[in-house]
Design a protein around this ligand. Structure first.
Ligand code: DGJ
Length: 364
């Protein structure tokens, strides 16, 4: 009897351990927090630390027309299903002239724990008040606790004065015809040869949609849409995760990729991105590489089934690695009420050759 009780306890504990951290399947329905309110954390990602899941994302107003972003929101969970609202952990400022002044834009925040410093490091896309999407800054903030408050330490373009590793330094002296018409073969060639990289060399590279990735060796990387959203760049971060080292590469020049979400599986780096159609959904893209600095190869759309050509109406934001099981996280944007944008959390499956794919939630 005693043995049977012990056996039952052990088996239930094992079952709970196996299922306690199962990632839920979310298919664009409302996702209520523990107060019953739809989770207002968009373009975000999840950091896992000591058995707690921290979901950081864009706060997008209170749902009433004209209500603005307050900053970066945090929700926490210990089972990935029940999420408690922990408030704003990086606040936009009410002070006129402050670089984080309300009216600016914060997008796609991602947080890393840095074991070398013991700090929590947040990277995000930052636009300055009154300048639309013109500033194209990447920004970094740090905190002593995952609950914040995060303090901004930098908001700027990336790697000023430094050439990417995979662009010939001769490109510096190249002159291109003035007023090249976009999307013409001549313009494409110029983009490939670094038209916008060189234009922005002095002030630093543009950085809009972005994500971060930590490799098995603890090195962190910043992946962002640069060069007028035409070309992705991957830049190495220093051991504090708060600065670029100056080592970076360009990916798919002229490929027009946004919403990068990187993960590694069985020694291969995978990148899921979207095309650039504002808030409207488009077809996801899949890229792979054996070395993070390339060469990178593009593969067909990883989404399958109904609405695959529109990424099930979503746009990638993050791939969650949950103990070797991967989940594609995406935003179903509602530009009329961004706070009500929905979440897609769909399992990533792998072909026998290791290629990831995602099944349609609408085929279930
Ligand atoms: C697409 C981006 O992925 C979003 O983060 C946001 O910047 C919208 N464009 C704005 O139109």
């Amino acid at each position: 009897m005693r043995f049977r009780t012990l056996f039952t306890i052990v088996m239930s504990a094992a079952a709970m351990a196996a299922f306690a951290v199962e990632m839920p399947f979310i298919a664009g329905e409302k996702f209520p927090d523990t107060d019953g309110r739809h989770i207002n954390a968009h373009g975000g990602g999840i950091m896992t630390k000591d058995g707690t899941y921290y979901w950081y994302g864009e706060h997008r107003g209170d749902g009433t027309p004209g209500s603005g972003q307050k900053g970066v929101a945090l929700y926490t969970s210990d089972n990935l299903r029940d999420w408690t609202n922990r408030g704003i952990v990086l606040a936009m400022s009410d002070t006129e002239g402050d670089i984080l002044e309300k009216g600016g834009i914060i997008e796609r925040p991602k947080v890393l724990y840095c074991p070398n410093t013991g700090k929590y490091v947040m990277w995000f896309h930052h636009e300055l008040k009154g300048r639309g999407y013109g500033a194209a800054h990447s920004a970094v903030a740090i905190a002593d606790s995952p609950y914040g408050p995060f303090r901004l330490i930098e908001s700027s373009r990336v790697n000023p004065g430094i050439m990417p590793e995979n662009l010939d330094t001769e490109a510096r002296n190249k002159t291109w015809a003035k007023d090249l018409e976009w999307w013409t073969p001549q313009w494409r060639e110029a983009v490939g040869e670094g038209l916008f990289t060189i234009r922005d060399l002095e002030g630093g590279q543009m950085a809009r949609d972005q994500g971060v990735f930590v490799d098995d060796d603890g090195k962190a990387y910043h992946i962002y849409s640069s060069e007028e959203n035409l070309t992705l760049q991957i830049a190495e971060l220093d051991p504090t995760y708060t600065r670029h080292t100056g080592r970076y590469v360009r990916l798919f020049p002229g490929g027009h990729n946004e919403a990068p979400a990187m993960f590694k599986h069985d020694g291969t780096y995978w990148l899921i991105t979207s095309g650039c159609t504002g808030w409207d959904p488009n077809e996801a893209r899949l890229m792979k590489a054996k070395n993070i600095f390339g060469p990178w190869e593009q593969l067909p759309n990883p989404c399958r089934g109904e609405k695959a050509e529109k990424t099930y109406l979503g746009q990638s934001t993050f791939v969650m690695n949950n103990d070797g099981r991967y989940t594609f996280m995406a935003d179903v944007w509602n530009p009329k009420c961004l706070a009500d944008s929905r979440h897609l959390w769909l399992p990533i499956e792998f072909e026998a050759d290791g290629t990831p794919y995602i099944n349609s939630p609408y085929n279930k």
